[in-house]
Design a protein around this ligand. Structure first.
Ligand SMILES: Nc1ncnc2c1ncn2[C@@H]1O[C@H](COP(=O)(O)OP(=O)(O)OP(=O)(O)O)[C@@H](O)[C@H]1O
Ligand SMILES: [Mg+2]
Length: 113
């Protein structure tokens, strides 16, 4: 199991969710966050996101998936969010040790989706 964390441009959220749905990745956590990348906020003002100090508004997606959905999830996010410009975002893939559905007490892969 992997925990996929993607930091994307807020205006790409709808497209990302659509593309994930098309590939049957339905379960997701979304947060509004702030961050900075290599340009430290300076080179993205043209993208009209409000700056707070050196931080820009970003959107974070968190998706827990079984191994057979890792690549399709990464592809869906890239395909729906990539413009080729700085600030497109980043995807982190983290080993996920356990997942527990609280209602049923199911664990592991069966509890993920
Ligand atoms: N190493 C990192 N650790 C934590 N968060 C990061 C890291 N790199 C990027 N982020 C987050 O991702 C957001 C988008 O990063 P961004 O796309 O600007 O990456 P970058 O490395 O600067 O690449 P690019 O040169 O394409 O802009 C950042 O604002 C920050 O929230
Ligand atoms: Mg950057």
């Amino acid at each position: 199991m992997k925990y996929i964390v993607a930091i994307i441009q807020p205006d790409k959220l709808d497209a990302a969710l659509d593309e994930l749905e098309k590939r049957e990745v339905h379960l997701v956590t979304v947060s509004n966050v702030m961050g900075r990348g290599r340009q430290k906020g300076s080179a993205e003002v043209y993208r009209s996101h409000k700056e707070i100090g050196s931080l820009l508004r970003k959107t974070k997606l968190e998706i827990a998936v079984n191994e057979n959905f890792v690549e399709t999830t990464i592809e869906a996010i890239i395909e729906s969010t990539r413009t080729g410009q700085t600030g497109d975002g980043k995807i982190f893939v983290i080993d996920l040790e356990e997942c527990v559905r609280i209602r049923t007490k199911e664990r592991g892969g069966v509890a993920i989706g």
